[in-house]
Every structure is written in C-alpha cells, then in structure tokens.
Ligand binder design. Sequence first.
Ligand SMILES: C[S@@+](CC[C@H](N)C(=O)[O-])C[C@H]1O[C@@H](n2cnc3c(N)ncnc32)[C@H](O)[C@@H]1O
Length: 297
Amino acid sequence: MTLGFHNAGFKTSFACDIEPKCKITYDLNFKTKLTVEDLFNISPSYYPDFDVLVAGFPCQSFSIAGKRLGFEDGMRGNVFFQLADILRIRKPKAFLFENVKNLVGHDNGNTFLTIIKTLNELGYVVHHQVLNTRNYNLPQNRERIFLVGIRRDISSAKSFDFPQPLEPTRTIQDLLDTTEPDETLLIKPSHKHYTPIYEGVVKEDTIYQWRRSYVRENKRKVCPTITASIGGVLTLVRQGDIVRMLSPRELFRFQGFPDSYKLPDLSYTQLHHQAGNSVSVPVITAIASEITKHLNN
Ligand SMILES: C[S@@+](CC[C@H](N)C(=O)[O-])C[C@H]1O[C@@H](n2cnc3c(N)ncnc32)[C@H](O)[C@@H]1O
C-alpha cells in the first residue's frame, strides 16, 4: 500500500507490520524503515503526525478460509479495534482499510455493521466498494473490499467516488517472462502430480492453478488471485514444452510492482506470501488519488 500511496504523491510517516521478514523487502525499497511490532504494543499517541491511516486488517478472521470466526477470533479479529483506537485518539483526516470481499456477509452482516457503526461513531463518513484488480489495467482476478473514511468535518466527506475502471491494455503475456526459467520453478517428472498437471496445463496464453487434485484453467485470460499461502495451490503456466510455477518477480508484477521494486533473497514460499499479502498497487494508487481530492479541501 506504501507504493500505491507514493505513486499518488503521498509520503510515509510510519509503517508497521508484525512479520519480521516483511522488513527485509520493505527496507530495500523505501526510505522510511518498517517497524516490526505488534500493533497492540504501540500506543496510538506514539505515531508521528499523519493525514491518512492505511491498513489491511488480517484477512483470516473474516474470510471463509479462516473458519469465519470474525470478532471472536481473539487478537487477530481485534486488529480492527486497535485501528479504531488510533482513529479515536489521533483523528486523521481520512483512512483506507482493505479486506476480503466477504467481510460484508460475515456473520449475516453483523461484523460489517459493527465496523461501520464504530467508524461512524468515531466521526467518519464511510464509503465502501468491492474493486477487482483486473479492472485497473492489471490482469489479475482479485476482488477486495475497500473502506474509505473521511472525517465528517471535511466539507466533501459525503461525496467520495471510488475510481472508475480503466481500459485494459496489459495482457498476461506482457507480464510473463519468456527467457529460460529458473530450474526450481519447473514441474519435473518426479513431481507427484506431473501427469495431470501436464495434461491440464496446455495453452501458453493462459494461467492455470493446480488445486490440490485438479487443474483449473482461468478462462478470462487473467491470473487467478495470488494467495498469501501456497497451501497445495500452484499457479502455473506452460512455456513451450515445460510447465512451471510463476516466478516471484512475475507474482509481484501481477500485483502491480514494477521491476525496479527490489526482491530480496528469501525463499519462494516467503516471497509468494508477501506478494499474496500485498494489495494491488494500481488499485491503491487510484483510490489514493481520489482521497487526495478531499484532503486539499
Ligand atoms: C492483508 S495485509 C495488508 C497489506 C500490506 N500491509 C500492504 O501494505 O500491502 C495484512 C498485514 O497485517 C499484518 N498484521 C497482522 N496482524 C498484525 C498486528 N497485530 N500488528 C501488526 N501487523 C499485523 C500482517 O502481517 C499482514 O502483512
């Protein structure tokens, strides 16, 4: 999200994540260094001045994949309330929160109602919309809900517009490497599912997913959602005679990171995790540009 906001002209005053390995990648790319800390250990009054609070609270506690525990999911579910505390004490002009699409339906809508009610009571007009990365000129199918809050005393608070879809000009081929792939990415004959994978992954202009027991073809000619955990799911492409996994660089490209974004020497699983955990850069840039219009009022 940092890169998306920088592209829209913002500067970072503070950045935090609980995962130490995020710091390796973040610090390679940004001047403001990442603080590795649990949000619960930072007092809201500690942060330097800022205009916009930007956060993705953990997806697990609200997603179907994470057993739909929501607010009862101990600390993880409660990151939202820690963010609410920051808003209550620091009263920034605006915020942007990101979450999984089904946040709205969680617990028959009660989770979402609580979130909106809490944010309203804190003095924010809240706008929300599900946006798909593939509508922002990036060929990845990724639906996420975005909540934008504008402090109620800002005259334009009620009129926030989410960005309009952009005309697609980039195809998956534009983001895939055609040079000799790294040996470690190849699906080799010794692979447990070699035969069904080679029988299923047939076209070169399509990205496939091996989903534990079968190959799924993406019919829309976009990359399927890049997930944070690999967990038996492989994102695959055919390149001539071979079938291979997407490289970390390709995964980051499908999230909108330019090739100038440096990737450290971390394991494939770790880089996949970081790519999947990030938010698509052009989507954030587009939303941040809309937020700017309200800050200058
Ligand atoms: C979906 S990602 C948000 C997007 C990502 N930070 C970005 O800028 O693109 C959620 C992040 O919250 C972090 N996180 C979860 N619980 C946390 C906590 N208690 N304190 C700080 N960070 C936390 C996770 O490690 C994860 O990287």
